[in-house]
Ligand binder design. Sequence first.
Ligand SMILES: Cc1ncc(COP(=O)(O)O)c(C=O)c1O
Length: 379
Amino acid sequence: MRIYFDNAATTPMTKEVVDAMLPFMYEFHGNPSSIHGDGRKVRTALEKARKTIANCLGASIGEIFFTSGGTESNNMALKCAVRDLGVKRIISSPVEHHCVSHTIESLARDNGIEVVNLHVDEMGCPKYAELEALLTDNDTPTLVSLMHANNEIGTLLNLQKVADLCEAHGAYLHSDTVQSVGHFDIDVNDTRISFLSAGAHKFHGPKGVGFIYINNDNIIKPFIDGGAQERNMRGGTENVIGIIGMARALESAYENLEGWKNHISALRQYMKDRLMENFDNLIFNGCQAHPLYTVLSVSFPPSPKGDMLLMLLDMAGISCSGGSACSSGAAQGSHVIAALNQPAGYNTVRFSFSHLNTKEEVDAVIEKLKAIIPARVTA
Ligand SMILES: Cc1ncc(COP(=O)(O)O)c(C=O)c1O
């Protein structure tokens, strides 16, 4: 049996999610835009899914739009803010996911948008004072785009603080919440966010489906031209099966939030303790006091087989990641780890957990690691 410690890359679908989707594969095949009975049945299910998702975030149903996932949602927020809301400046950070940072780069290149990247501290957290200074006494129409939870190192943004700053200074706020939706309570009534994004596969839903929350105050034009789907905002027949699965997965994530969070947090701490017990000179990346509890990023000091760590773990039946999955296979190292100014030669592994993982799996991974990395002699 393989051990899957790469849940920040994607999570397995649970049985209840698959069960919720099955009738929409076998039985309910209508197009939700058709006005006949078969279509109406599916439309009703689709709108019920929208309501479920809206309820999870305290949003209204008119503020939730289905997309193909986190990447599309982030593209939509950033590009529509520039095109339709008159944004001329984007304040972001060097540790964003590439689907945010590359989109911002293209907006700078093609639309002449001014881009300011905040400095980050040693935990990869953007400097709030710098953000406040940039927003104060500046009337350039601005969008702040900062991720809620970092997918590589698990550092959490103080979203409330950033939302309050943006509201006080009249800036729009986009947050890439792909790693935090379904894992933390987010209520858009308490936390004023203009755009928020999610991908179902990060909370045990299917891949290739997600949603964007767009606050009602922001009137934007269609992101994909075509039919009138998604209230004219995104043409194309909806991914009904995926959307049904996503809604069930999110509902389940929030129903089980406390239990799963406690289990995963305890597992993360156990893994951290066992690593410290067995290995010297480790660096735990990102904020450790209040982390994204699903992620444990650790850097091992230089060692003969360190460069091959991920491959050797894989050969030993363990799936984990060096940085984000989206950039694994890329020749260059992680831009997030680079922003932390680590000593040279360290090898970083991201272990990321779900409620399906166990302590026995952690023990097994530690044993495999001991065969690869020089372990503490006294351990
Ligand atoms: C923080 C973050 N943003 C965006 C994405 C992209 O999401 P999706 O795979 O749904 O397009 C990911 C996926 O790894 C992510 O971790």
